[in-house]
Write a protein that binds this ligand. Structure first.
Ligand code: ADP
Ligand code: MG
Length: 250
């Protein structure tokens, strides 16, 4: 039997699943002769499940992924240089607990962004706070925050994530201020927040986009300490999967 007063209390306590299920579970409890404890435990399980599901969805929404790319849809056979086991064990998430950086490096079209988003989605489902940026977006945000005297606030906000994904390092060179802000940001996050960086540039060429030797070596020092470096080699996946492409005929 439903009880309006009870429902009001459950709503006030945000026990949505309990409110939704207390009647049907009571019926089952009577049929199966559950103890009071079993009935209560059952309702709390439903409530916990609902909250876990909601939290995952909220995390994914907050991460602002530009696309939905799942690890499960990644064809590991296609990229010979990749060790599937290594990626899957990364996905288990120990790197997040240790705030270790992950650097995905290789030519365009090899699936770096796909893997970065896949790892990000997995982290969200583990309940972690994640945020996806292209490096350019982040640098713009940092620059704007600095102009508005809000940089410390932004850095503090970024430190509350478990994982920041910085996509496409190397496509666009930075201004001197941009490079400095990126460096400052990465320093503030070191050993607190995991970074996944995707880049087409080997480390030796990073100075070309950062424009300053000392800053580059400082940044690399922070990013490569206890990092997972994953190299992508081969031919663009996109290109190879164009219709009619036959590798034998090239
Ligand atoms: P990158 O970031 O290295 O330039 P992307 O991740 O953007 O490459 O990949 C380009 C496109 O090809 C995307 O649509 C991606 O989902 C797809 N793709 C790349 N590699 C794979 C792969 N190994 N398995 C499945 N899809 C892939
Ligand atoms: Mg990419």
């Amino acid at each position: 039997m439903s009880d309006p007063q009870l429902e009001q209390q459950l709503a006030a306590l945000h026990l949505t699943a309990v409110k939704q299920h207390y009647v049907d579970q009571a019926r089952q409890a009577a049929q199966a002769n559950w103890s009071h404890e079993t009935y209560l435990a059952r309702l709390l399980d439903l409530e916990t499940d609902r909250r876990t599901r909601n939290r995952r969805q909220r995390r994914i929404k907050e991460a602002k992924f530009p696309l939905r790319k799942e690890l499960a849809d990644f064809d590991f056979e296609a990229i010979e240089s990749l060790n599937q086991q290594r990626i899957l064990s990364l996905a288990e998430g120990a790197y997040l607990a240790q705030a270790e950086p992950v650097i995905l490096v290789g030519n365009p079209g090899l699936g770096k962004t796909h893997l970065a988003i896949g790892l990000g989605l997995t982290a969200c489902r583990q309940g972690q706070r994640v945020r996806f940026y292209t490096v350019t977006q982040l640098v713009n945000e940092l620059t704007f925050a600095q102009q508005e005297h809000q940089l410390p606030k932004l850095l503090e906000k970024l430190q509350r994530y478990a994982l920041l994904i910085l996509d496409e390092f190397g496509y666009v060179p930075f201004s001197a201020t941009g490079a400095q802000l990126l460096f400052q940001c990465c320093s503030a996050l070191t050993e607190k927040v995991s970074l996944i960086i995707t880049t087409n540039l080997p480390f030796g060429d990073w100075v070309q986009v950062l424009g300053d030797e000392r800053l580059t070596s400082g940044l690399l020092d922070r990013l490569t300490f206890r990092s997972h470096i994953v190299e992508f080699a081969g031919e663009s996946y996109r290109f190879r999967h164009q219709i009619g492409f036959d590798p034998q005929r090239r």
